[in-house]
Design a protein around this ligand. Structure first.
Ligand SMILES: [Zn+2]
Ligand SMILES: [Zn+2]
Length: 351
């Protein structure tokens, strides 16, 4: 098969011919139809998250099952599917309780093994991790869901428990943040978007954010307090920095909920725990979303309540993945999610 491979951290990835993946006994091989290029792929390529080298990145994808292992009971060749970026083992106490997103033995195509910047990708524990795509959801839209959109959905709904009329503050309007804006607006929340980039704030406004706060314009928590008349009910750090995390906690009204989605540097992060006590705030971490929780989100995508397709920026070919990764060296300017689309039936091309 063809795949985009890099031989070392920061070395330009090249489109090349490699062996097809072997189908795991409990897993499947999926022919990739579309796959997103995410900042996590850039982090792996830069060596911030160690990966086995040489490596094939790519972790948010959708496609069709081409092969199922003998242990798979729920899926077969021809099924249209997507998967969460964190795939559970399917057997441990967390997976059995439906929390595969925190499985201690999770596999992540594109990080722990070869990913989806390829014509074919293998997924382990298929019965626990595959998600069926409704016929109304196309592959490019579905490729948005596996990482940033699902993570934002779980942050807004399961942890944030956002209700219509609530104020939702979203700090950082990149892929995850704009997903959270779109989801919050669709669920009837009043969204205040926060970013240093005027372009990112403009995009958030287009997606329905009621207010925009320039993070460089002063005390962010005070500015949000003014906009919301006393603070946000729910606040999400979608960027991932100690200062933003603290602002996100400080901007909450009493009984508010902070959800940490952006990845933070290793080490301790100081948070205003005095406010957590005095205002009875709740603090959550959010790490993707298990396959079990996808159907509720997928129904809202299929009926048009949620429109992740609005987040798609550039659609490129597999040969442009290296260029797209390199473009992330600069600050992202909210151009939308870059999605790689593979030619239908590309896997059958003889080489
Ligand atoms: Zn598990
Ligand atoms: Zn991702």
């Amino acid at each position: 098969m063809k795949a985009v491979v890099y031989s070392g951290y920061g070395v330009t990835p090249v489109l090349t011919q490699v062996d097809d993946p072997v189908c795991p006994a409990d897993g499947v091989v999926i022919a990739v139809d579309a796959t997103g290029v995410c900042r996590s792929d850039w982090h792996a390529w830069k060596g911030h998250d160690p990966v086995p080298l040489p490596h094939i990145g790519g972790h948010e994808f959708a496609g069709m099952v081409t092969q199922a292992g003998p242990g798979v009971t729920r899926w077969r060749a021809g099924d249209r599917v997507t998967v969460p970026f964190a795939c559970g083992c399917g057997r441990c106490e967390y997976c059995l309780a439906g929390d595969a997103q925190v499985c201690p033995r999770q596999t992540q195509p594109g990080f722990t093994g070869p990913g989806s910047f390829a014509e074919l990708v293998a997924v382990h524990a298929a019965d626990a991790n595959l998600v069926a795509l409704p016929s109304s959801v196309d592959f490019v839209t579905a490729a948005c869901l596996g990482c940033r959109f699902a993570t934002a959905f779980r942050a807004v709904t399961a942890h944030g428990r956002v209700r219509a009329g609530d104020w939702l503050a979203v700090h950082g309007c990149g892929g995850v943040g704009l997903s959270a804006v779109l989801i919050g607006v669709a669920l009837g929340a009043r969204v205040v978007a926060v970013d240093v980039s005027a372009a990112a704030l403009g995009r958030a406004r287009e997606l329905g954010a009621e207010a925009a706060v320039d993070a460089g314009a002063g005390d962010v928590a005070a500015l949000i307090g003014g906009v919301t008349g006393g603070g946000a009910h729910v606040s999400i750090d979608a960027l991932g920095s100690p200062a933003v995390a603290a602002d996100s906690v400080r901007c909450l009204r009493r009984r508010g909920r902070h959800v940490q989605v952006g990845l933070l540097p290793e080490g301790s992060v100081p948070l205003p725990m005095d406010l957590v006590i005095a205002r009875e705030l709740e603090i959550y971490g959010s790490h993707g979303m298990a396959a079990r929780d996808y159907p509720a989100m997928m129904r809202l995508v299929a009926d048009g309540t949620l429109r992740p397709g609005l987040l798609v920026g550039e659609v490129i070919g597999l040969e442009d993945v290296g260029r797209a990764l390199a473009a992330m060296d600069g600050l992202s300017v909210a151009a939308g999610m870059t999605i790689v689309e593979l030619p239908a039936g590309g896997t059958s091309s003889p080489e």
